[in-house]
Design a protein around this ligand. Structure first.
Ligand code: URA
Length: 240
């Protein structure tokens, strides 16, 4: 087991935020293996060291994993200073201190993963892992094949060239005036899918994430969430 910063470990045990944990340490309330530790640089071995705060022996929270079908008009954040609805408003019955892995825009709907497993969250978000994300994109107007071909190979955005991606074209619907496209990307840049289509002057009517690292929204209504199954957790843990 890797060593972990003391304040991070205290926060992970759910007794205080990381900042509050720092205050507890510097004010001499934290004992590690029977000795007071007041320096913020201290590290602990979470499986071996015994950490007490105000006399209470700490135990890390059990790791929990949830999938959420985020509606549009909800912010991917724990709190919002502007008072908008956040994903936490939907999952407030969960006692564990879970948080979103990555983010979906305010106007994007679909699959969002939440967990208190910081190691997994960091791993999935790391660009080198190339975790797959599939989006259903409803584009206003017709989309030219040559634009889709260019998007699949890579286009130059303000933060660099996009990596190759897979695209399925479901065609233009004359009644709705929309083209439906499915796009699977292996990166997670800010507003990436919107910016890819905007690059060619298209505007997006609706954007929905329908697959994340092999997980799907099957059976999950908009605004609903559920725990991942053991197999699904294993599937995510296998991404190394
Ligand atoms: N790409 C976007 O443009 N927005 C999202 O929310 C996710 C991917």
């Amino acid at each position: 087991m890797e060593l972990e910063r003391l304040q991070k470990y205290i926060a992970r045990c759910g007794v205080a935020s990381r900042r509050k944990a720092e205050e507890l340490i510097t004010s001499g309330k934290v004992l590690v293996n029977g000795k007071y530790v007041k320096e913020l640089g201290a590290k602990v071995n979470p499986t071996r060291d015994r950490v007490k705060v105000d006399g209470q022996l700490l135990e890390p929270e059990a790791l929990e994993y949830y999938i959420f079908n985020k509606p549009k008009g909800v912010i991917t954040s724990i709190t919002d200073p502007e008072g908008r609805k956040t994903v936490m408003d939907y999952i407030n019955s969960v006692k564990a201190r879970i948080y979103p892995v990555g983010r979906l825009d305010y106007h994007t709907e679909g699959l969002l993963l939440l967990t208190n497993d910081g190691t997994m969250a960091q791993n999935l978000a790391h660009p080198s892992k190339g975790v797959t994300k599939t989006y259903e994109v409803k584009v206003k107007d017709r989309v030219f094949d040559e634009h889709l071909e260019q998007l699949a190979v890579g286009v130059t955005l303000e933060d660099g060239v996009t990596a190759p991606c897979e695209i399925t074209d479901y065609g233009f619907n004359g009644k709705t005036g929309l083209t439906t496209v499915e796009i699977t990307i292996h990166e997670g840049r800010n507003r990436q899918v919107r910016r890819m289509f905007e690059h060619f002057g298209y505007s997006i009517h609706n954007l929905k994430r329908i697959n994340y690292a092999g997980l799907t929204l099957k059976g999950l209504k908009r605004g609903a969430f559920r725990k991942l199954t053991r197999e699904e957790v294993k599937q995510l843990q296998a991404i190394k």
